[in-house]
Design a protein around this ligand. Structure first.
Ligand SMILES: [Zn+2]
Length: 271
């Protein structure tokens, strides 16, 4: 989208590198035993050496992140928020009854559209929590269609920013990764007085972003795959791949491919 600017990821008041660089091994999750790097996507828990060391913050309002049951095995950046702000973020598996204790008149739903208010314009006294749907667009629409509570909620949105997400998107690039949208919801809710209070939400995201950027800067001969956004990898000698890989229909396969190459877990949001 022209006119939508990327945000300044370097100025975030968060420095994940010293801690996470020291944790290069995949370690078993203490709860489920699955080997993982940094944290378990399923239990939303840091691996033992990181326990007590990841920044922990409180947020000005609660958030429920609704996951579609079909995406349970998906690795989503929404988990970053739960690990950094466990007291205020809940990840909930969507079911018809899952919001029965939520007052829809006091809850806003992150969902862009003509009837959505910018978070900056929403009276902070008018809501106690925000629901974020973490799934594909069609899953999100299906959930809203089937759930009268979701339909009753005031829709809210954030100002578009160009995503820093490191995968090819066949959507408008102002579609953000879930953690970016969550972060900007909190940041924009504060307005001009914001002073980095919620930057820790981007702790893992910034690390993965910097990691991939430096990986490419150190290996300028690395083929520039078509799935990267144009201009995304900021080094001078970007060479287009002679044999670009197919643009996978399946986002997961596409991103896992890249992360397998880099030895990292995939981090992606579902379209
Ligand atoms: Zn686990």
């Amino acid at each position: 989208m022209s006119g939508v600017q990327p945000y300044d990821i370097d100025s975030l008041k968060v420095d994940p590198k010293p801690l996470l660089d020291g944790c290069s091994e995949r370690l078993p999750c203490e709860t489920c035993g699955k080997k993982t790097k940094f944290f378990c996507y399923f239990c939303c828990k840091a691996v033992a050496p990181l326990e007590g060391k990841i920044p922990q913050i409180r947020l000005p309002f609660k958030m429920d992140i609704l996951k579609h049951a079909k995406e349970l095995d998906g690795k989503s950046t929404a988990v970053h928020a739960k690990i950094v702000a466990p007291e205020d973020i809940d990840i909930i598996i969507y079911a018809d009854a899952c919001l029965r204790n939520v007052d829809p008149t006091r809850t806003a739903l992150l969902f862009p559209g003509p009837d959505a208010k910018d978070i900056a314009d929403l009276d902070p006294l008018s809501f106690d929590r925000i629901v974020v749907i973490d799934g594909t667009w069609s899953q999100a629409k299906g959930m809203i269609h089937n759930n009268p509570r979701l339909q009753l909620m005031q829709k809210v949105t954030v100002k578009p920013r160009k995503t820093r997400f490191w995968r090819y998107q066949n959507l408008d690039e102002s579609f953000m990764a879930t953690i970016e949208a969550i972060y900007f919801l909190y940041r924009d809710s504060v307005g001009d007085s914001y002073n980095g209070e919620y930057d820790a939400l981007m702790f893992f995201y910034k690390y993965f972003y910097d990691f991939i950027q430096s990986e490419y800067a150190a290996n300028p001969e690395k083929p520039y795959h078509s799935k990267h956004q144009q201009g995304y990898i900021a080094y001078d000698k970007a060479v287009p791949s002679k044999n670009p890989r197919p643009r996978y229909q399946d986002t997961r396969a596409k991103v896992n491919y890249e992360f397998d190459e880099l030895g990292l877990d995939a981090v992606f949001d579902q379209e």
